[in-house]
Design a protein around this ligand. Structure first.
Ligand code: ATP
Ligand code: MG
Length: 414
């Protein structure tokens, strides 16, 4: 009996054809540009001990409270599919004893992340991120450099126009303590107008309220005090230095005191690159400084800064989809010519030229196949051509055809 066709799980998607090519272009561009800045690629497991994220993201974050894919495995351990990779990278730094020497380390990564969210355009349950982290650098130059690298990637992808860097500082510990008190005072006075989530945040992490997406909360947030009145001179100087370096790197930015980042471990610099082209899913790249995170993973105090970007959102913004590669079609006129045709297709591949041969059929069938795979050239081999050591080279765009000696084919195509 026929089975009903199976579907992908809600919020997950297959990447096929143009979608995959967009996806790959984003990752490959980021990989190439980040290498120019000295970032080395790491891969970590896609699942971790749940504590990596519970500690790393803080138990009041939306991600930890509502979005994690957590399960108990057959051995009884609590496992979580990674919702982001910064905590994993810090865990890996500590687990691999890389905290003692060789700092700062500059890490690039790309891979799938998992969050139980309401799926919509640009928001999925399995999505992909690229990201960079500088581990073990306290200097504002590190903040500016990771941002400059991100901007360079957005430029290389052709999505920088229409994208704005929104920049803020969360200050140091004393700045945050003073600001926290001011926020508690302000939001407490409007407690009854806050969403239930934000009322809970008021006790546990009032800064988080600034990140709320609730409409009512947003109206209150508009008039809330900003951190700038509470910065210590040191924190203000740090922020000024980040901006000075950004100016030098040629990265435009806009101050936005509402940028706080969703995760608990940020201090000093916080930023988002936001586009006006994706509606509510407009944040394409986001990050900041997280000096406390490596310690949460059991390492020594290790200042760090980085960002993560959503591959799906960047892929949607790419001005044009990368073209599918156009192979060369090797076309034996009949079955008798298949042997020499196989020799030819394989010698092309060894020379680095993408080449295909249809598995069966007469000349007409095989030429149809050549057109369907958008071959740029067909190399036609008949009995007579083989006897004379030549091929018919047909340019499928121009419609022209000529005889070329076998020995010259690779040179002609390269
Ligand atoms: P948002 O405010 O959109 O929920 P976030 O603050 O949760 O974002 P981060 O944790 O900072 O996002 O992740 C960095 C980037 O990863 C985001 O700016 C976005 O581009 C992408 N991203 C986050 N969650 C998703 C998702 N569920 N689907 C697709 N992309 C996502
Ligand atoms: Mg989110």
């Amino acid at each position: 009996m026929a089975q009903p066709p199976l579907q992908p799980v809600r919020g997950t998607r297959d990447l096929i054809g143009e979608e995959f090519r967009r996806h790959r272009a984003v990752i490959e561009t980021a990989r190439r540009i980040s290498a120019l800045y000295g970032f080395e690629e790491w891969a970590t497991p896609i699942f971790e001990d749940t504590r990596v994220f519970a500690r790393g993201l803080g138990d009041t974050s939306d991600v930890v409270m509502k979005e994690m894919y957590t399960f108990t495995d057959r051995g009884g351990d609590s496992i979580t599919l990674r919702p982001e990779m910064t905590a994993s990278v810090c865990r890996a730094l500590v687990s691999n004893s890389l905290v003692q020497s060789g700092l700062p380390r500059k890490v690039f990564y790309a891979g799938p992340m998992f969050r139980y969210e309401r799926p919509q355009k640009g928001r999925y349950r399995q999505f992909h991120q690229i990201g960079v982290e500088v581990l073990g650098a306290a200097e504002p130059l590190a903040d500016a450099e990771v941002i400059a690298c991100g901007w360079h990637i957005l430029q290389a992808l052709g999505v920088a126009a229409g994208t704005v860097l929104e920049l803020n500082t969360l200050g140091d510990a004393p700045s945050r303590a003073a600001y926290r008190a001011a926020l508690v005072a302000y939001f407490s006075a409007h407690r009854d107008r806050l969403s239930a989530d934000s009322r809970a945040r008021l006790e546990r992490n009032p800064l988080r309220i600034l990140d709320s997406k609730d409409e009512g909360d947003r109206r209150l947030i508009a008039d809330a005090p900003t951190i700038h009145d509470y910065l210590t001179p040191e924190a203000a100087a740090f922020y000024a230095a980040v901006k000075r370096h950004l100016d030098r790197f040629g990265v435009p930015y806009r101050d936005n005191p509402r940028i706080v980042r969703g995760l608990d471990y940020y201090n000093h610099t916080a930023f988002e690159f936001v586009t006006d082209r994706l509606g509510a899913q407009g944040t394409v790249m986001a990050g900041g400084r997280y000096d406390g995170l490596v310690e949460e993973m059991g390492g020594p105090p290790t200042p760090a800064v980085g960002w993560a970007a959503g591959v799906e959102r960047l892929a949607l913004l790419l001005p044009q989809a990368p073209e599918a590669p156009r192979p060369v079609a090797v076309v034996p006129v009949g079955e008798a010519q298949e042997g020499p045709a196989l020799d030819l297709v394989q010698s092309l591949r060894r020379a680095g030229i993408a080449a295909e041969i249809a598995y069966r059929g007469n000349l007409r069938r095989r030429m149809e196949r050549a057109n369907r795979i958008r071959a740029r050239v067909a190399l036609i081999l008949g009995e007579e051509e083989i006897a004379q050591g030549v091929v018919q080279l047909r340019d499928l765009d121009a419609g022209t055809q000529e005889r070329v000696p076998l020995g010259e084919v690779i040179g002609r195509l390269a």
